[in-house]
Design a protein around this ligand. Structure first.
Ligand code: 5GP
Length: 122
C-alpha cells in the first residue's frame, strides 16, 4: 500500500523555502544541501523536488526524468565536493528498520575521511 506523504515534513518545508538550508545545488528535479548534523567532513543531502516518502515510494512512482534527475544530481554533488577521488558513500534510509527520520526521500552523501565499515552490527 502506498505510504501517505506528510507535506509538513522538514524537507518539504525546506523545498517551499519556509525554513533555511545551506544549499549546495539545485536542478529542475533535485535540491542538495548540507546536513544540519554532519557525520563526516562532507555530509550533503540530495532530495527530489517531488513528494516522495522514501526510496520505495520513489522507485515505484517517480518519472524516468525525476529518477535520472535525482541520481545525476547525486553524482554532480559528489564531484563538486571533490569526492569522486578518493571516494564517497551514498546512503538512503527507507522506513522504520533503517531509522529513517525525515519522511521525504533523501540520499546522504558522505566524504572527506575514511568512512569505515558499511554498516554497524545489530
Ligand atoms: P535519516 O535518518 O532520515 O536518514 O536522516 C535525516 C537527516 O536529516 C539527518 O542526518 C539529520 O541531521 C538531517 N536533518 C534533520 N532536520 C534537518 C534540517 O532541518 N536541516 C538540515 N539541513 N538537515 C536536517
Amino acid at each position: 500500500m502506498a505510504k501517505t506523504y506528510d507535506p509538513n515534513n522538514v524537507f518539504a518545508r525546506i523545498l517551499r523555502g519556509e525554513i533555511p538550508c545551506k544549499k549546495v545545488m539545485e536542478t529542475e528535479h533535485a535540491l542538495a544541501f548540507h546536513d544540519i548534523n554532519p557525520q563526516a567532513p562532507t555530509h550533503i543531502l540530495v532530495i527530489p523536488k517531488g513528494a516522495y516518502v522514501d526510496m520505495d515510494d520513489f522507485s515505484a512512482r517517480a518519472t524516468e526524468a525525476e529518477i535520472a534527475g535525482l541520481f545525476r544530481a547525486v553524482g554532480e554533488v559528489a564531484r563538486g565536493a571533490g569526492a569522486a577521488e578518493p571516494g564517497y558513500r551514498i546512503l538512503s534510509n527507507c522506513g522504520e528498520d533503517a531509522n529513517q527520520e525525515v519522511p521525504h526521500l533523501h540520499i546522504h552523501v558522505f566524504a572527506g575521511r575514511r568512512l569505515g565499515p558499511m554498516i554497524t552490527k545489530g
